[in-house]
Every structure is written in C-alpha cells, then in structure tokens.
Design a protein around this ligand. Sequence first.
Ligand code: DHB
Length: 366
Amino acid sequence: HAQADTVKIGVILPMTGQSASTGKQIAAAIQLFQAQNGKKAGGKTVEVLIKDDAGVADNTRRLAQELVVNDKVVALAGFGLTPLALATAPIATQSKTPMVVMAAATSAITEASPYITRTSFTLPQAAVAMGDWAPKNGIKKVVTLVTDYGPGNDAEKYFSDRILLNSGQVLEKLRTPLRSPDFAPVLQKVRDAKPDALFVFLPSGQGAQFMKQFGERGLDKAGIKLIGTGDITDDDQLNDMGDVALGVVTTQHYSAAHPSPMNKRFVADFQAMHKFRPNFMAVGGWDGMRLLYNGLNASKGAGNDALMAALKGQVFESPRGQILIDAQTREIVQDIYTRRVEKKDGQLWNVEFDVQKSVKDPGKTK
Ligand code: DHB
C-alpha cells in the first residue's frame, strides 16, 4: 500500500507490569475487532500500532509524541490508567489528534483536552448506582476502601455522597496505594469498625488478591457484606476467585454474562480466538475501534478536527448495551447494571438483575 492509502492508529497500553491484564484484554479485543470487521475504514487501510508503556506515565508521553511525530497516527487510543491518559492530554491538544480512552475512568479525563473521548466508563457512573442500591437493601453503615488516586477519589466521593443522601452512614474512608498494595492492615480496620458492608474500588487486576484476603481474614464470616464497583469482580479474574466472591454485589457497565445476542456472540468469538473471557477493558477496546472505524468512514479517512467531529454524537449498540458519545462533553453515556456473583454451570459470573438506563457522567458539571 502507498502511504496515502493507510491510516495508523497508535494504541498505548500497559502490556507489562502491574496493569498488564488491561493491556492483554484490550489488545486481544482490537485483534478480534479487525478480524471481524476487516482493515478498511474511510476508504483506507487501518494499521494499528500497539506500544507498551508498562503503566509508567513518562513512557506513555514519550510514546504518544513518537506516534504523532514519526508515525503520523490519525488517532491515539488505549490508556490503561488515569495518570497515563492525563500525561497524554497536552499532546492530543497540541497536535489536534483525537484520543480515545479505552480503559481509564476518572471523570476529569475528558475535560483535560477537547480531543479526548472515551469508550470505558467513569467511576461516578458506577459508584452512584451503588449508593442508591445499598441503602435500599439493608446496608446503612459502610466503610469505603479505594485505591489512592483519581478513580478511587471519584468512587469514594460519589458513593459516599449518594449513600448519605439516602440516609446511610460512612463510618470510615480507607485507602491503599496504587503500587503493591497490602490489604491486611485496612481489612483489620474494617473488622473493627463492624459496618454492614465494605464498599471497594480497586483497579482491574487487584480484585483477586483482595478477595482472597477478605476471605482469609474472615470478614465474610463476620457478616460484613462486600459491595463495590465492578472492577473488583473483574471478568478477567472472577472465575478463579472461588466461593468468597459468591453473592458479591457490584455496579458497572459491563458483564460478560450480559444476556444480549450481540454480547453472546462477542464473548463466544473472543473466547474462541483468545481462550480467555473478555472483561470490561476488552469491551472498551472493541467499542473504541468501532468508534474510530465509524469516525473514519464519516471523515473519509481524514484525521484531526474532521475525525474528532465525527466521533462526537455517535450512537451504537455495544456488547454492553446501547452507548452514546455525548457531543458536548465527549463523554460516554451508557446503561449501568447492578449485578450479583453467581455460579452457573460451574463458573462464576456477574449476573445482572437491575439497570439504570442512559447514565450520563455525574462528574460533569458543565
Ligand atoms: C482505572 C484503572 C482501572 O484498572 C480500572 O478498573 C478503573 C479505572 C484508572 O486508572 O482510571
């Protein structure tokens, strides 16, 4: 192919390091998307370049710069953690390069550049739904536990504010560091506080270790319920968590058990190709590719402002349900489900039992 017939998409992901499962899931979803939909969009061949930032923001920034300047990518995508997305925002702005956040989920990310849009979710979307569910289901006194950075701040604030509004009580707000967290000391504090439930946000990849310690320290036996955003019952790890995960209720935008025909096909095709179950990161990657293909078709392969305009306002069906990119905020609008971990045919699944339709990001004030 001549250069003029090709457009490149630069995808930056943590393929190694603590968040490698996020990179693995999204890269696998992109590969599936291109196998299913071909490599043509907007009359051009779409070439995806995947770069590993190992979850380190200095790497993300350098790789983004190289992709824009040397590879002349039409879009940047990926971004496994909030600091990695925020580090890239000025590059998107300066180069007028559309940037599709497929994973990171702090509300403020889409306000960091007019060239940012998102196909993952925001923690306020997920956390507010739990702040409504818990007090209606016998949970009045809670302790919160979140990872001490952007999405954890959002989860803690939006869950706490909502449960207070619903006459609940937050006994204590606990945090663990992003890197190499030790859950033992905080779990002891939870035991001592004797809440009805512990609300947890941890980033994808930390749920299994947390769940193991929650069980080992007997918090479930002590009658403390576990609730949280769906990140802690992540489909990448859920099936290996064991019985301690049974009955855990979470709120989020995606479950591999979502019963739509489109999702059943997505999960079957994904598992056939990759031999593991897709999680919410995979669906963010797959939908991000759909968003970019639709955008390139509308812009006839042009990038910059033409492509950015074509990303805004898109509505399409995702394996999670219908999604919309709000044209004003560039933020995703989507259904948020309440789910309970159940065993079916010997496997653990997040089984959806309630839904809030078309949830905008509660974190957007404008
Ligand atoms: C972020 C990362 C995660 O793995 C997750 O599950 C939610 C949010 C983040 O860094 O924004």
